[in-house]
Design a protein around this ligand. Structure first.
Ligand code: AMP
Ligand code: ZN
Length: 115
């Protein structure tokens, strides 16, 4: 439910987060359990539980999230060394919060493939 969604509460500023970037459609904030020196979450402000819930009208929103990831990464000086942008979708991937989000990880060498 949207009312119970942690990330919707962050969008509405009902719970605190370290917000790094925000516009009309997108928000980026620090992950509370960082797995790398840079670990942000990028979300559409619109509540969309998983990729399976996307429709044609969301195409530009998802594009904006990815563009914001690139801009934020530039601002954090990750352009030379790079970063990883990943999203977990449902159980096997370990999705815990059912509001689409991308993890932006950087600031160290990352292993591939993930576990
Ligand atoms: P996942 O759904 O598997 O992509 O994981 C959700 C991510 O959200 C985890 O990395 C959590 O540490 C992070 N997280 C959960 N609650 C918050 C919060 N209130 N503020 C920031 N990050 C959070
Ligand atoms: Zn939500």
């Amino acid at each position: 439910m949207m009312q119970d969604c942690v990330f919707c509460k962050i969008v509405k500023k009902e719970i605190p987060a370290e917000i790094i970037y925000e516009d009309e459609y997108v928000m980026a904030f620090k992950d509370i359990h960082p797995a790398a020196p840079v670990h942000l979450l990028l979300i559409p402000k619109k509540h969309i539980p998983t990729f399976f819930d996307l429709t044609d009208e969301d195409i530009s929103i998802i594009g904006r999230v990815q563009l914001a990831a690139a801009r934020v990464a530039q601002k954090l000086n990750l352009e030379d060394k790079g970063f990883r942008l990943v999203s977990n979708c449902k159980g096997d991937a370990g999705q815990l919060i059912f509001h689409i989000h991308y993890h932006l990880l950087g600031g160290r060498t990352l292993q591939w493939p993930p576990g």
